[in-house]
Structure formats: structure tokens, C-alpha cells
Ligand binder design. Structure first.
Ligand code: COA
Length: 174
């Protein structure tokens, strides 16, 4: 069970520097693509990000991206290293998934190569789907995101055996 009362959930960062410090950590994480300050600005504009504070310390963030129609990508999720393993990730996942499903019955897509996150999605009723079996709207979205830089990164990762897994939760899966 996560410590709900420990964290304050906000829709705006308390200070800009909090974000910059967290994004600096994200850069060094092997499990998540870099998040730029511009991306955070876009998520803020779209009301698609939540910040999790312990007092004045930004402990984590959770965001989502509209794909098309009712499809939404859950993520990015990031817990600051100092807060790992204390239930914040579960709190961020549950808060985000519940929120998205409440809003017009969104169908959720998520992608990760973090084995721990794969288990977290499965526990929350997502099911794993091969890339070619994903809904068309999600495939088109992924293709659009595939810049030459990202493609190169994917090829490198595949060479080193990192496996990316795709998940969906579309209402038929609990
Ligand atoms: C994934 C991430 C958000 C999880 O955050 P967290 O605050 O550590 O998560 P929690 O403490 O709630 O733990 C989540 C689950 O992992 C388990 N877990 C936590 N630390 C673990 C560890 N070191 N080894 C094995 N399992 C672990 C917990 O028991 C929990 O499982 P449960 O749901 O069965 O209780 C965090 O590790 C992170 O930011 N990682 C780097 C970025 C990333 O991979 N983001 C996701 C991209 S989609």
C-alpha cells in the first residue's frame, strides 16, 4: 500500500528548478527517454502532467499523451532516485490510470523496457501486445514519433538486447 497522505499531488510545479533537477536525473536513467523542458511545458499546457511532492521536494512526475480519439499513452512516469521503492511509483500509476479512465473512458497504451514497470502494468489490467498487433491509431502515433535520432537509439538498444514491451488497457481487459 502506498503512503497516500505523504505526497501532495499538484498540477503545476512549485518551482521551475524542481523540474530541471528531476529532468537531469531522467537523462541518466537507462529506462526512460530523455524528457526536455519543452516537453514539460507542452504537457502543462495540455493539463497532462501531475507532480508528486513531499513538502517542497519534487519526488516524481507522471504524464500522458493524447494519441487519437479515445486512445491515450500513459507515461512518462518518473520517481526520483531518493524516493524509489517506497510506493510512489504505484501511487503515480494508479492516480494516472484512474484519472484517464474516468475521463471519457479512455483506452490506454503504454510502452516500457523496465521489467519492474512491465509487472506494474500487468498488475493493473494492461495486457502485452506485439507492435504489429497494436491498434492502428497507436501504430500511426508511434510511426510519427520515430525521428531519425529515435530510430538510431532503437537500433542501438535492440543490438544490446533491451526489449521494449507495448501494453494496452482498452476496457475489455478489466
Ligand atoms: C518505475 C518507477 C516509476 C517505479 O517507482 P517507485 O517509486 O520505485 O515504485 P514503487 O515503490 O511503487 O514500486 C513499484 C513496484 O515495484 C516493486 N519494486 C520496487 N523496487 C523494487 C526493486 N528494487 N526490485 C524489485 N521490485 C521492486 C515494488 O514492490 C512495487 O511492486 P508492487 O506493485 O507489487 O507493490 C521508478 O523506478 C522509475 O522512475 N524508474 C526509472 C524510469 C522508468 O522506468 N519509468 C517508467 C517508464 S514507462
Amino acid at each position: 500500500m502506498y503512503p497516500l497522505e505523504r505526497f501532495e499531488i499538484t498540477q503545476q510545479p512549485k518551482r521551475q528548478v524542481d523540474i530541471l533537477m528531476l529532468l537531469d536525473e531522467v537523462k541518466r536513467s537507462p529506462f526512460i527517454g530523455e524528457i526536455s523542458p519543452d516537453e514539460i511545458t507542452r504537457l502543462l499546457r495540455e493539463d497532462a502532467v501531475l507532480f508528486f511532492y513531499e513538502g517542497d521536494i519534487l519526488a516524481g512526475l507522471a504524464g500522458w499523451n493524447t494519441i487519437h480519439g479515445t486512445w491515450v499513452e500513459a507515461g512518462p512516469f518518473y520517481t526520483a532516485e531518493a524516493y524509489r521503492g517506497q510506493g510512489l511509483g504505484s501511487l503515480m500509476f494508479d492516480t494516472t490510470v484512474e484519472r484517464l479512465q474516468r475521463q471519457a473512458g479512455h483506452k490506454l497504451y503504454a510502452v516500457t523496457k523496465n521489467p519492474m514497470v512491465k509487472l506494474m502494468f500487468l498488475k493493473r489490467g494492461f495486457h502485452q501486445v506485439r507492435i504489429w498487433a497494436l491498434p492502428r491509431a497507436v501504430q500511426v502515433y508511434l510511426l510519427k514519433k520515430l525521428t531519425p535520432r529515435r530510430l538510431l537509439r532503437h537500433v542501438r538498444k535492440l543490438r544490446f538486447g533491451d526489449s521494449v514491451s507495448h501494453f494496452i488497457k482498452d476496457g475489455s481487459s478489466g
